[in-house]
Design a protein around this ligand. Structure first.
Ligand SMILES: Cc1cc2nc3c(=O)[nH]c(=O)nc-3n(C[C@H](O)[C@H](O)[C@H](O)COP(=O)(O)OP(=O)(O)OC[C@H]3O[C@@H](n4cnc5c(N)ncnc54)[C@H](O)[C@@H]3O)c2cc1C
Length: 394
């Protein structure tokens, strides 16, 4: 199905086998808020051995050098696993190589591709989420350093990362108070820990994964000038490129999650007898199964076509941008509907945390929020539709 090449089938099989190895650890991770560090380290090592780590980075830098389609095939399998256990098959920042200095390559990117370092992103603030331009974090040049100031929210993986990308606006006026909104967007590399970087608090979230999303204060954090990423003013450009990539990968993981949910709920519905017959034979349950697999097929077809379109013509960034929004929107909303039905099909069992449907039901909710909410995706899509016409998008 889907006309996969031998190489596509090979990497898909490796990723699928890896996901199947992780699934038995889910309940332990759910009930303990994660797995012991040595177990996670072993999983990461295995992902590297299997060649499904850093699939999105070029071979010459030590990455997998995979096509976009192959990256999607891998992340789809990652999505079949709950509790973020599959995140060990990481995708380091693929927008970074063209703009990274030799020093940044050596100190940050190459060790990340080797699995020795891990990054996190500090962009969102209390008053700036969808509207990234509203950030008030500041960066002020002082001799050979930059001084960074701001409070960032939802910094995913801050507890496991050893450096972060910090987005701020440039201020030139030394008299200006920290927190005043400045001009151009700048992106910096900040080592963790660094003097002035502290966790304000670590809120609890709906999912119970080992990666935390704390609120983090950066108070007059001094970084060398060499830690500015790319050109001054280009900070938003990199974030946008990363959003596009991540939206496609969110969609892939949602499709993987939906596949697992459909498999689990149809298996249960075939064996669970109520009223003398398997519940799958009750029309109302059959309808939930049929709707779910139909939406899965639609989502996967759309996902694969989007990824292949990017591989066919990587220069058509506008189409890729709109289609990544479309596929993120559709796949995340589809997965939410499928998870809701799966809980229903499992009945009381579907409300137990030991059941994958219950965990997906909570975990998939954020897919409609991060990397741009569903509303933001709709705005992007509608803007492109009215500007470029229907045939440019679909
Ligand atoms: C678990 C989790 C992990 C995260 N990880 C990170 C991370 O690692 N790094 C990071 O920087 N950020 C991270 N985020 C932040 C995430 O990207 C934002 O939460 C998201 O972009 C939405 O921003 P917001 O929460 O401020 O919501 P808001 O922007 O306040 O939006 C609130 C509501 O208003 C709607 N809305 C806003 N603007 C518009 C508009 N123009 N048109 C229509 N509707 C609109 C939204 O769709 C939403 O429904 C994370 C968030 C979560 C929940």
């Amino acid at each position: 199905m889907y006309g996969l090449s031998a190489a596509d089938e090979d990497i898909q099989a490796r990723a699928r086998a890896f996901a199947d190895e992780l699934i038995p650890f889910e309940v332990e991770a759910e009930l303990s808020g994660g797995l012991p560090d040595d177990v996670t380290a072993a999983h990461k090592k295995r992902a590297i051995e299997l060649g499904i780590f850093a699939t999105n980075l070029p071979r010459e830098l030590g990455g997998g050098g995979c096509t976009t389609f192959q990256q999607v095939l891998v992340q789809e399998q990652v999505g079949r696993v709950t509790n973020a256990l599959g995140w060990v098959a990481a995708t380091p920042p693929s927008w970074f190589p063209p703009v990274a200095s030799a020093d940044q390559l050596t100190r940050y990117l190459l060790p990340t591709i080797r699995g020795e370092r891990e990054e996190c992103y500090a962009i969102t603030e209390e008053g700036a989420g969808s509207d990234v331009d509203a950030i008030t974090a500041t960066a002020r040049r002082d001799g050979d350093s930059w001084v960074l100031h701001g409070v960032k929210w939802h910094v995913t993986s801050f507890n496991t990362a050893d450096y972060c990308f910090f987005q701020a606006k440039k201020i030139d006026d030394p008299e200006r108070l920290p927190g005043d909104s400045g001009g151009e967007h700048l992106l910096f590399l900040v080592d963790l820990p660094s003097p002035g970087v502290s966790v304000v608090r670590t809120p609890a979230y709906s999912h119970t994964i080992s990666h935390h999303h704390p609120i983090v204060a950066f108070e007059d954090v001094r970084v060398p000038a060499a830690n500015l990423v790319g050109a001054e003013g280009d900070g938003m450009l990199y974030s946008r490129e990363w959003f596009r990539f991540e939206r496609l990968m969110v969609a892939a993981r949602c499709v993987g999650a939906a596949e697992r949910l459909v498999a689990e709920m149809s298996g249960f519905a075939s064996s669970r007898v109520a009223g003398g017959i398997p519940i799958a034979s009750h029309g109302l349950v059959a309808g939930m199964l049929a709707d779910s697999v139909t939406e899965l097929f639609a989502a996967r077809s759309m996902l694969y076509e989007t990824a292949r379109g990017i591989d066919r013509d990587p220069s058509d960034v506008k189409t890729a941008h709109a289609q990544c929004s479309m596929v993120k929107l559709y796949c995340s909303e589809m997965a939410g509907r499928v998870a809701d039905r799966a809980v229903q099909v499992f009945g009381g069992r579907g409300y137990m945390r030991e059941n994958a449907a219950e965990r997906f039901f909570r975990e998939l909710r954020v897919e409609r929020i991060w990397e741009g909410t569903s509303e933001i995706q709709r705005m992007i899509i509608a803007r492109q539709l009215t500007a470029r016409g229907v045939t440019a998008l679909a």
